[in-house]
Design a protein around this ligand. Structure first.
Ligand code: HEC
Length: 177
């Protein structure tokens, strides 16, 4: 047992025990070459892609063509989230780098944070649970940010995309009402 390791471990344990404190998901680096079970595509359903556990994910062809949700997520993110979280999910002095959060955080926690909002002193994440422009496109935003966090899409607008499937259009129309 080295003396120097102990205070570090104690600090790490404390950070884990206090939600929203020091050890933010956004601060944890992402190594795209490491295994991330929440990333690989297991199946496709009507133009949407899912992992083995049924978590929405992105699908990017070798020529850089992105699936519809990733493209849509790029647009929705830059309409609703970028003012605080910075362009391309890179973070700002005001709000965290959520491209990393989308990889590091559990999907359901990510979802709940956006629905309910969160605050930590003066640091406020608004609640979007009543905003159809966010809620109807939250999977889109999530998969786009996860692709950004994994460096699977470059910064900026993806230049090539899959067409939008009829099923996606129908779901959007039903959701937007
Ligand atoms: C008004 C500014 C603002 C807007 C707009 C905003 N956020 Fe946030 N968000 C924040 C702040 C500030 C935090 C950090 C809150 C804290 O310290 O607990 C945060 C935290 C988060 C987190 C948790 C990150 C982590 O690593 O724990 C997620 C996920 C998130 N935001 C997603 C989104 C999404 C998706 C959108 C767009 C639909 C969005 N936010 C729009 C300010 C904002």
């Amino acid at each position: 047992m080295t003396r120097s390791a102990t205070p570090f471990l104690a600090a790490a344990a404390l950070a884990l025990a206090v939600p929203g404190a020091a050890l933010a998901w956004s601060d944890q680096p992402v190594d795209p070459s490491a295994e991330h079970p929440q990333v690989p595509v297991d199946y496709e359903e009507n133009g949407r892609y899912y992992t083995e556990e049924g978590i929405p994910t992105y699908e990017i062809d070798e020529d850089g063509t992105v699936d519809w949700l990733t493209f849509s997520g790029f647009r929705r993110y830059h309409a609703e989230c970028h003012t605080c979280h910075g362009p391309d999910g890179e973070g700002s002095t005001y709000a965290p780098k959520i491209k990393n959060s989308a990889v590091n955080m559990d999907y359901y926690d990510f979802y709940a944070t956006v629905v309910n909002g969160r605050h930590n002193g003066n640091s406020v994440m608004p609640s979007f649970g009543e905003n159809p422009n966010v809620m109807c496109y939250l999977d889109d935003i999530y998969v786009y940010l996860k692709a950004r966090g994994m460096d699977a899409v470059a910064r900026g607008r993806p230049s090539k995309k899959d067409p939008k499937s009829d099923a996606i259009s129908e779901m959007e129309n039903a959701c937007m009402g």
